[in-house]
Write a protein that binds this ligand. Structure first.
Ligand SMILES: [Fe+2]
Length: 304
């Protein structure tokens, strides 16, 4: 039977959300914080995992913090274990991870990517350190880590060439991913591991989780975020993708790294409304937890 896409998710990865949750794997302790976004992830978790027919076999994550200059890489060993430290916030994120990988699906994505003319590579270094973006999105979506993942790198083309070249690559990668899922027979959830507007404060309060300091960096960023969320809620994903290059330039949006375009392309640019589970700021950046419930609106069907 052909595989299915259960859902696509805009899944922001500020390490603050892990720090605030105090999981045993993370060394620093907190008094909480950023509840609006964390409760949004709880609603997402309910939506993805409480329906018996909807439960996924695999979680795919595309992260801007595994950046590759040449081509698109996927994890190619069944198990990765180690310590991931956020280079910017080492006092918030020192996380012991222990992840299972769906290598069969990784290999299919690499194969299908080549058919799209993309350079693909399978990461088989057992000491490879998984980036904090992938870990954070996976942890917040499924804290148990009991579902295998496929992590995909973000190719550097939007930074080396242009936003448009980068997005074109991500559309191809999305199509390749969809075909790979269909061939795998698996039920997949796709995480686009991205914040939205991304200007942020460069100093933090003495207590990082002191919420009296937390607010959006400036009003223009907020307006851009709301405009993008409006398109998501209206099911206008083609218009959304067309607007992303300007959003990237105007709000330094982290979607520049391509995860959102990859995910929407894999979903076949859905015209049904997305559900916004939460919106909130983290050190001034805009973040939204948004679900495209492909199971509910399209029966999980993969358009290839
Ligand atoms: Fe990030």
């Amino acid at each position: 039977m052909a595989g299915k896409i259960i859902a696509g998710v805009l899944s922001p990865h500020p390490p603050h959300l892990v720090y605030a949750s105090n999981p045993p794997q993370n060394e620093p302790r907190s008094e909480g914080g950023w509840e609006g976004l964390r409760w949004g992830y709880e609603r997402l978790n309910q939506s993805l995992f409480s329906h018996p027919d909807k439960k996924p076999d695999v979680i795919l994550v595309h992260s801007p913090h595994w950046m590759t200059v040449v081509g698109h890489h996927v994890l190619g060993l069944p198990h990765f274990k180690g310590l991931s430290v956020d280079p910017i916030f080492p006092h918030l994120f020192r996380f012991q991870y222990d992840l299972k990988v769906d290598v069969d699906l990784s290999l299919l994505i690499a194969e299908e990517g080549k058919k799209e003319g993309l350079i693909t590579k399978v990461m088989k270094n057992p000491d490879f350190r998984i980036d904090y973006g992938a870990i954070t999105s996976c942890y917040l979506t499924r804290p148990e880590f009991d579902i295998p993942i496929v992590a995909i790198s973000s190719n550097n083309s939007p930074y080396y060439f242009s936003n448009e070249v980068g997005q074109a690559q991500m559309e191809k990668l999305g199509r390749a991913t969809a075909r790979a899922i269909a061939r795998s027979g698996k039920r997949a959830v796709l995480l686009a591991s991205n914040s939205m507007s991304h200007r942020h404060f460069t100093t933090e309060p003495e207590i990082p989780e002191d919420m009296s300091f937390e607010h959006i960096y400036h009003h223009g960023q907020y307006l851009w975020d709301m405009e993008m969320l409006k398109l998501m809620k209206a099911g206008r994903s083609r218009q959304l993708v067309d607007s992303l290059p300007e959003f990237m330039d105007m709000a330094l949006a982290e979607v520049k790294a391509g995860a959102l375009t990859w995910m929407l392309s894999a979903l076949g640019f859905p015209s049904y409304p997305a559900e916004v589970h939460a919106y909130g700021s983290v050190i001034g950046t805009g973040n939204a937890v948004v679900e495209w419930d492909h199971f509910k609106h399209a029966g999980g069907e993969v358009k290839i």
